[in-house]
Write a protein that binds this ligand. Structure first.
Ligand code: KG4
Ligand code: ZN
Length: 346
């Protein structure tokens, strides 16, 4: 069975995975550089690039050891080429190019969001086309439509902060380490979401865009008014915040499905690991008779297995990438096919 090694380094995590042709994850390792810029409250690209350089070689060795494979056993090399932070992207992409050249194997450049959108694969054998995808992370909050040949187009997106960014910024004010989404999620599970009032996102709008800046300002004003919180107040605040973000995401996503007359939904990205969002979307999809594809929580946050699986879809369509390809900080999902080209017949 063919095997592929994949690299993901578009933000703060250096990730390496070896994935089999059937989608099975043979090994998967990652290291976060988040601690290095905890004091800044967010990612610092320069520090991130250096951390990726320091970690990528050792992680690759560990991925091979865990898989009990050698580089010669690999049939293709994949990496995230866009979108993301240029310095961090360059580290993974150049490392992948080097490996591809030295092993004489094809290179597959992957769009980061395609990885998140297809992360539901694996839990399901296939994703029925067409479907709606919600990608919700620290850098992205957007709805997409995926059609035949995995052509993707954006339906709507956040007009200001990404949902994960809102979790992280509010968490920072509460004194939590970056990234704060998971901590808020855990605390929320002991809280009552109705104790504090959180406004609903732009209820008058009928589009499928998002906005979290009003919620962020409101959350900050609650903190200012009531801090310091006791343990129960903190849990209640987190429950209210997570409930508000999850309901906004859920409302717009269900609206997108109805507007597009589609009944399959896939979600991905770090915030897709959020327990309130998962529960709320599961309940709404059951009510509406929509099919929901939820990736395993470990595959929601950035990892290389989702990049490897997306690369497999390109290999299946006989596509590969040029070694002259450059990484791109921005690349609309509609242009993701520009990263690959048909494999030339010998
Ligand atoms: O997909 P990801 O690893 O990186 C980006 O592409 O941004 O997402 C990271 C984001 C962070 O903002 C983090 O706070 C958030 O995902 N996150 C969560 C949870 N786990 C991670 N947010 C809410 N609940 C969670 N359980
Ligand atoms: Zn991501």
């Amino acid at each position: 069975m063919k095997k592929i090694i994949a690299f993901e380094s578009s933000c703060d995590d250096t990730c390496v995975a070896i994935v089999a042709e059937d989608g099975r994850i043979i090994s998967e390792v990652s290291a976060s550089s988040a601690q290095a810029y905890e004091i800044f409250g967010g990612v610092v690209p320069e520090i991130g690039s250096r951390a990726h350089i320091e970690q990528i070689h050792a992680l690759t060795k560990i991925a091979f050891l865990e898989a009990n494979l050698t580089p010669q056993d690999i049939d293709a090399v994949a990496a995230t080429f866009a979108p993301g932070l240029l310095g961090p992207l360059l580290v993974g992409a150049q490392f992948a190019k080097g490996l591809a050249v030295s092993l004489s194997r094809p290179l597959i450049a992957v769009h980061h969001l395609e990885g998140h959108i297809l992360s539901g694969l694996g839990e399901a054998d296939f994703l029925p086309l067409p479907f709606v995808a919600l990608v919700v992370s620290g850098g992205h909050t957007a709805l997409y439509r995926c059609d035949e040949d995995y052509r993707m187009s954006k339906l709507g997106e956040t007009l200001d902060d990404a949902a994960g960014e809102a979790f992280d910024k509010i968490g920072r004010t509460l004194g939590f380490a970056y990234p704060a989404g998971k901590i808020i999620d855990e605390l929320a599970q002991q809280g009552h979401h109705k104790r504090f009032y959180f406004p609903k996102m732009m209820p008058e709008k009928v589009d499928v865009n998002f906005s979290f800046s009003g919620l962020k300002t409101h959350a900050m004003s609650i903190i200012k008014k009531y801090a310091p919180f006791d343990q129960q107040m903190l849990a209640d605040f987190c429950a209210g915040l997570a409930h508000s973000i999850a309901s906004s995401l859920c409302d717009r996503t269900i609206r997108a499905l109805k507007q597009q007359h589609l009944s399959s939904l896939v979600i991905g990205g770090g915030v897709a690991a959020n327990s309130q969002l998962r529960a709320m979307l599961s309940a709404r999809c059951r009510e509406e008779n929509f099919r929901l594809y939820l990736p395993r929580t470990s595959l929601c946050t950035d990892n290389a297995a989702i990049i490897g699986r997306a690369a497999l879809m390109h290999i299946a369509r006989r596509q590969q990438s040029s070694l002259a390809l450059d990484v791109k900080a921005r690349l609309p999902i509609e242009e993701k096919e520009s990263l690959t080209c048909p494999i030339l017949q010998p």
